[in-house]
Design a protein around this ligand. Structure first.
Ligand SMILES: *[C@@H]1O[C@H](CO)[C@@H](O)[C@H](O)[C@H]1NC(C)=O
Ligand SMILES: *[C@@H]1O[C@H](CO)[C@@H](O)[C@H](O)[C@H]1NC(C)=O
Ligand SMILES: *[C@@H]1O[C@H](CO)[C@@H](O)[C@H](O)[C@H]1NC(C)=O
Ligand SMILES: *[C@@H]1O[C@H](CO)[C@@H](O)[C@H](O)[C@H]1NC(C)=O
Length: 205
């Protein structure tokens, strides 16, 4: 019986399984929005004020200042499949190699000049120099970076995400700051313990 099943069944099954494997979007909610427990339902719930201070302040003394607006900062975003981040780069500032496991990132450069890029699952790198007003897409889940090309001027970008909690996996920290055994790391990177110890001590804490 099973072996005589519809010839459509196998393609449909493959389609279903591949949809399951690639579907990593936020789950749909069955109400207009979710009111956080204890919160008052009025327009303040949908508002996050004060980012003008972030935007006018510029990057602090760090190489990169990230201000997130995710469901942690604005709880009503839960279930809305959207969030954003403001990225303020100091001169020479870099956002190190990282991925967002639950979302693509669409970056708009508001000020400055950035070198950006990502690597696809075939290990091909796509890099670009962005100028004020340019938009760049970092596809969902892929490893990417941004770096300020100016040695003197800051750069400011805004990124949109298709998840209320896109997540961030920083490669330097995940690889060398997480406590993965140094033997595993030395074998993985085809190098010796001295090199790994240098990388671990630079990325711990
Ligand atoms: C909404 O409710 C909160 C909590 O009671 C209050 O602080 C806030 O001012 C209210 N906002 C508006 C727009 O009425
Ligand atoms: C930000 O905007 C608020 C009004 O929403 C204003 O009171 C405040 O002075 C502004 N701050 C800066 C640094 O522009
Ligand atoms: C940034 O560095 C300058 C000079 O080193 C210092 O005067 C200032 O207090 C620092 N600002 C912050 C926010 O740490
Ligand atoms: C940025 O890097 C260049 C080249 O390494 C260096 O000359 C410059 O002083 C750096 N600028 C800052 C603000 O660190």
């Amino acid at each position: 019986m099973a072996s005589k099943s519809s010839p459509l069944l196998l393609p449909l099954l493959i389609l279903f399984l591949s949809a399951l494997l690639t579907a990593r979007a936020d789950p749909d909610i069955t109400s207009d929005f979710i009111v956080p427990p204890g919160a008052q339902l009025n327009s303040s719930l949908f508002t996050l004020a004060g980012l003008n201070q972030t935007l006018s302040g510029g990057p602090k003394n760090t190489s990169l200042e990230i201000t997130k607006v995710s469901q942690l900062e604005l709880p009503v975003l839960a279930g809305q499949s959207v969030s954003l981040a403001i990225l303020q780069f100091a001169p020479n500032g870099t956002n190190p190699l990282h991925t967002h496991p639950r979302s693509a990132e669409l970056l708009l450069l508001l000020q400055g000049t950035l070198s950006v890029g990502f690597v696809d699952s075939g290990n091909r790198a796509y890099t670009q120099v962005l100028y004020e007003g340019d938009v760049f897409l970092f596809p969902k889940g892929l490893v990417h970076f941004q770096t300020n090309l100016s040695p003197e001027l800051p750069a400011v970008a805004v990124s949109a995400f298709g998840s209320s909690n896109a997540g961030l996996v920083s490669l330097p920290k995940a690889l060398f700051g997480s406590g993965v055994g140094e033997g595993v790391l030395a074998n993985s990177f085809k190098t010796d313990a001295t090199v790994i110890e240098t990388l671990v001590s630079a990325n711990m804490g």
